[in-house]
Design a binder for this molecule. Structure first.
Ligand code: FUC
Length: 763
């Protein structure tokens, strides 16, 4: 397959190690290789945020790598508090006109009070994602020497190695998607040297463990009438003995020990919890293949996704240091391959936490050790859930988007009841959170819970999936019906502003500030996008012309983006923004990214939106910085995007006196506390710096920072079902390749020029 050479660029013959003087700064360029795709440490984890995550979309596990005690804390994706429940507040619609009237009369507090009393979800709060259990392994190993543990992103294998009493011990852990199991293998370099005590436990008080032959069994229950779960650890020893000792298993004198850990619950779907966890675990354990076979299938399954994209931003000696050390030095040092690692870690985490058949990645992905996790470790969809899926298409993990689409199908059912009962509207609506039970009504408090564009924002992901894959069948059967339902709600809900005559959204809020209002800018940007996408889809599918015409007629009546007194993009209908407001939410910039309501084609609004981002500052919570990286990339400012990335890729703490997010030693993003969205935001942001395709052209290196002058990326995806590889030197594209299963002409913006090229047929 041929690459297209860019002769405009300064071509430098590549050698393995090269020193280049670029933009006045000395960059040692060497290539990042697969062996660099590791997080590694020279000591065990002492806290959860130092442990290493593995996951298969159904189970997640955190490996502490301790000696003499190993802890593997694990989750099952459907262990939640609560039970099937309809959260809609029946008849709430009666109060909608009065809430609106109070808001138009400037009586915000009264409107919020009335809404809190009469308009909210029943109950007011949603349920929480829960831990499942812990596998403990106690060894008689004191004073371990030559200790090392790592997580290899390329094989999705976590390894711990050390020496004790003249014996070298090795522990390997992976989460197999093909076998729905967490696999552990213990080996030693001398035979008969494996002695340990294996236990299972659970933080849920109503749980019980028994040892049965070679198996440990954990039965648990989150709440009466709620989720029941079971977990089993099956031990297979080579040599030695395995014997029950109370509720534990004692292993003595083994050469090798393999543990197959499975877990299951009674959850079938959001309205049915009649499954049998014990039968499910027994069925899972029947897949008892050898370690080697299970590992082989796992690596093949993982690499089929993970290896689709490679990235090389250069490598410096800093890459040889332990990962926790690299985070401490990233802001001040020169370690471009930590950015590569964070990019690939984002992809790794999405593969581990979001696979077809499983729940979508929640606020903590699939990893949670707390009975009361921050924000319930559920789904906050006024930014966080969507951010989790920003890397899905562009970083070539389209399949990982699927659990979100499955959830949307269910939310369209519960959200239809909410649309009717709260708003007297057709279609479906989701507010700013949902949970395992698909709660869609407004929760927590009126001032931020009543926000109507969760459904709209998430529906744009269906269109995005179509844009990247061109999968017309998906659009016809799954995407469009959901998009149409989302649009139908807004078509009924939009309200004519008596002052301006515009159609406005309300009651709603600009997440999560300013309280309950009529007409927040973000809502209008999202609703416009939903309408435009529906109109385009109906044209492609040749259906629903009448509905599309109705939306087309409504579009120009929706309140437009407005420029305010500080040269800012107004966040609200009224010009009341405070330029000193550095709130974490960047809601009115939705139209820049992830939306395309405002693009560089509209210079005036593009600049005004940029001014609003400047006002918000550079420090923020982890996810907010993740968003800012993407926004600065959309503003085509790679240096500013990297500046934000530098703020994000440092130990959690303060930036210029302001509390700011960062990274924990295991590279988990800190909001703080741990929230996985920032990992995905950073990953998507790095991709957005390298490729953009939202303007009917593929823009190569749209926001390349000066400090990444030389590099190579393969396998990124672009709208139109294209796959793109790019090589660059001295900040210029030197070669690129665009492939597609259906080759056609495409416009490419490269080194400042726009060219029309023919994509090659992908193999
Ligand atoms: C939103 C954010 C918070 C946090 C929470 C889970 O409400 O404003 O910072 O990320 O989601």
């Amino acid at each position: 397959m041929a690459w297209i050479k860019e002769t405009a660029a300064i071509l430098v013959t590549q050698t393995n190690m090269k020193t280049l003087l670029v933009f006045g700064c000395l960059v040692v360029h060497a290539s990042t290789s697969a062996s660099d795709l590791k997080l590694w440490y020279d000591k065990p984890a002492t806290v959860w945020e130092e442990a290493l995550p593995v996951g298969n979309g159904h189970m997640g596990a955190m490996i502490f790598g301790g000696a003499p005690v190993e802890r593997i804390q694990f989750n099952e994706h459907t262990v939640w508090t609560g039970q099937p429940h309809c959260y809609a507040h029946l008849g709430a619609v009666k109060f909608l006109p009065e809430i609106r009237r109070l808001l138009f009369d400037g009586k915000q507090k009264e409107a919020e009070q009335l809404a809190l009393k009469e308009f909210m979800s029943e109950p007011l709060r949603q349920k929480a994602y829960q831990p499942c259990g812990d596998l403990w392994i106690e060894f008689p190993h004191q004073n371990p020497a030559d200790y090392k543990r790592w997580l290899d992103l390329d094989t999705a294998l976590a390894v711990t190695e050390y020496k004790s009493g003249g014996v070298s011990y090795r522990r390997e852990v992976f989460a197999s998607h093909t076998d729905r199991a967490v696999m552990v293998r213990l080996t030693a370099d001398k035979s008969g040297k494996l002695d340990c005590l294996m236990r299972l436990s659970s933080p849920h008080p109503d749980s019980k463990v028994t040892a049965d032959g070679q198996t440990l069994i954990l039965h648990g229950q989150v709440e009466p009438d709620g989720i029941r779960f079971e977990s089993r650890a099956l031990l297979t020893a080579d040599g030695g003995t395995v014997k029950p000792e109370g509720d534990a298993l004692r292993v003595a004198g083994a050469n090798t020990l393999v543990i197959r850990l499975v877990a299951a619950t009674n959850f079938k779907n959001y309205h049915d919890i009649s499954a049998d966890p014990a039968a499910r675990c027994a069925a899972l354990l029947k897949k008892n293949k050898s370690w080697e076979k299970t590992l082989q299938a796992h690596v093949a399954d993982h690499q089929a996704l993970f290896r689709r994209v490679s990235l090389d931003l250069g490598r410096t000696p800093a890459a040889d240091k332990p990962t926790d050390q690299r985070i401490k030095e990233f802001t001040t040092g020169n370690d471009p391959s930590l950015a590569t690692l964070v990019f690939q870690y984002g992809r790794y985490l999405l593969i581990a936490s979001s696979r077809p058949g499983g729940q979508p990645a929640n606020l903590q992905g699939i990893w949670n050790d707390k009975l009361k996790p921050p924000w319930d470790s559920k789904y906050t969809c006024n930014i966080n859930t969507e951010m989790n899926y920003w890397p899905a298409e562009v970083t070539n993990l389209s399949e990982c988007h699927e659990p979100l689409f499955a959830a949307l199908t269910e939310l369209a059912e519960t959200g239809r009841v909410v649309a009717k009962e709260h708003y007297g509207a057709r279609g479906w609506v989701v507010h700013h959170n949902f949970d395992l039970w698909r709660g869609a009504a407004p929760i927590n408090a009126a001032n931020h819970g009543i926000w109507v564009t969760g459904s709209g924002w998430m529906a744009t992901h269906l269109w995005e999936h179509y844009l990247f894959t061109q999968d017309k069948e998906f659009l016809a059967k799954r995407g469009y019906p959901l998009m149409k339902g989302a649009a139908q709600f807004y078509a009924d809900f939009l309200y004519e502003d008596p002052l301006t005559g515009w159609l406005i959204s309300g009651p709603s809020n600009s997440p999560e500030q300013g309280g309950l209002v009529m007409g927040p800018t973000m809502d209008h940007q999202i609703i416009r996008s939903v309408f435009r996408q529906c109109i385009a889809a109906s044209r492609i599918l040749n259906t629903d012309k009448e509905f599309a015409d109705k939306l087309t007629a409504m579009l120009p009546r929706i309140a437009p983006n407005q420029i305010g007194q500080h040269g800012q993009l107004q966040e609200w209908l009224e010009d009341k923004d405070d330029p000193k407001n550095q709130h974490r939410h960047l809601s009115h910039l939705w139209g820049i990214y992830p939306g395309d309501d405002i693009t560089s084609h509209d210079r005036k609004f593009f600049e005004v939106a940029k001014q609003s981002l400047i006002y918000r500052g550079d420090a923020a919570t982890g996810w907010s910085m993740g968003w800012k990286v993407n926004l600065w990339a959309r503003f085509l400012d790679g240096d500013h995007a990297l500046l934000i990335l530098r703020n994000l890729l440092q130990p959690v703490g303060k930036v210029k006196g302001r509390w700011s997010g960062g990274l924990y030693p295991n590279l988990f993003d800190a909001c703080p506390p741990f929230q996985i969205d920032g990992n995905f935001g950073a990953c998507a942001g790095i991709a957005e710096m390298l490729i953009q395709s939202h303007l009917d052209e593929i823009h190569l290196l749209p926001a390349l920072p000066k400090d990444w002058p030389t590099g190579k990326v393969t396998g990124l995806r672009a709208c139109g079902n294209f796959t793109v590889d790019i090589e660059w030197k001295n900040g210029k594209v030197t070669r690129y390749r665009i492939t597609s299963p259906h080759p056609r002409e495409i416009k490419v913006r490269v080194n400042g020029e726009v060219k029309t090229v023919m994509a090659e047929k992908s193999v």
